[in-house]
Write a protein that binds this ligand. Sequence first.
Ligand SMILES: Cc1cc2nc3c(=O)[nH]c(=O)nc-3n(C[C@H](O)[C@H](O)[C@H](O)COP(=O)(O)O)c2cc1C
Ligand code: SF4
Length: 445
Amino acid sequence: MYRELEIPNIREFAVYTKNGGYDALKKALGQTRKQVIDETKASNLRGRGGAGFPAGVKWSFIDQNNPVNYVAVNADESETGTFKDRQILENNPHQVIEGALICAYAIKAKAVYFYLRGEFWDVGHALEKHVADARSAGLFGPKSKLKDAEGKSFEVDVFVHLGAGAYICGEETALLNSLEGKLGQPRVRPPFPANKGGGLYGEPTVVNNVETLANVPWIINNGAEEYKKIGVGTSTGTKVFCVSGHVKRPGNYELPFGITFRELLYEYAGGPLDDSKSLKAILPSGGSGPIIRVTDEVLDTPLTYDDLRKFNSILGSASVIVMDDSVDVVWVASKITKFFKHESCGKCTPCREGTYWLDKVLDRILSGEGKPSDVDLIMNVAKNMQPTTLCALGEFAANPIIWTINTFPEEFKAWVDGSKQPVEEKVAVRPARGRGTAAPAPAGD
Ligand SMILES: Cc1cc2nc3c(=O)[nH]c(=O)nc-3n(C[C@H](O)[C@H](O)[C@H](O)COP(=O)(O)O)c2cc1C
Ligand code: SF4
């Protein structure tokens, strides 16, 4: 993803092609679709959007005899603490366009849709220009000069769509609804997006994350065997780790799978922001996954899809949020809950009501009015949400609560037995936009 970024203006079509850009697409078009899918499968490229499902296997589910198939590129990037897809699209857009076109060829798609969250309007408008440049050069679209292995013109077209900006629209079926102009709410599955009836306009569709597709040109150019030499075990290739929080050098780090938390946080991210403090907790997959207490064992853990399981945690989209010992984890649990309550689409009761109750009881605890039974109550609500919600957002809302209580029981106890009391939160005063007057930010913002 980032190896090309040192080439000035690699985002421009002329520079990208001068440096070997779109060679992988041409190579793929010279192969059969099965060969392209098999190579991607063999590389064991896993989805970088969160679930880690192997991309080649997902592509192989598509019925190539179906007259119309689609590719949807997930650039919603709504996960808390994730800020990689935007950077990839801003700096190396053609690599993603090329990856998406290779996928489109492999699954015999008619069109590729880029779905960007609404706040990415500047990225979206720039992307439209980059797509237009590649189209005018005759790489794809109605006037394509490229031919596939059967001698047919490569007429797949590419479109850019901006959503309105909702976390749930990153969920693949809500994304498809939103693309269709419907309310961005998840669909009941089956049918799955790859199957007839489940994808865009009811047609089989591959939904892949930006970072996933950005890996594809390298795999086609260099082969699956070379790709597998990077990373470890079933976590092949590199991963962009988004590091934020209490470290000296927050940012995106592209590193091979298998580096440890210690290397990532101390070597690359510079260690604790304040040297007088120590690192206390990590959210390895943003707000949607469990919290981990920082120990030597954790710091020496290789960052792979499998290794984080031993802490009942997940890698997700690798949004690593770091907290030092100044942070109150009950406050963190409350902030995460407020986020999910706000972003719950409201379609199913356990999530709509559950996030509301979790927020209400956590507010009570943090106001100093909590009772010991409140901790059991929120645990109970969270556990009841886990198996009953329509989509994974409900689980994402429940997991951090359950694991924060399990990992830091003493902090919840201190709040409910009266040994910890609220201090008045200092709210930053920001000027109101465009009015020229100063207005306080909403409480709790
Ligand atoms: C609530 C929710 C939000 C999600 N948000 C995103 C997102 O912003 N970007 C993304 O790529 N995947 C997101 N996902 C995962 C997608 O549903 C889907 O698994 C992914 O786009 C598949 O691409 P991949 O296989 O390349 O990872 C989200 C899932 C859920 C349940
Ligand atoms: S779990 Fe939440 S976000 Fe998902 S469908 Fe139900 S209400 Fe909507």
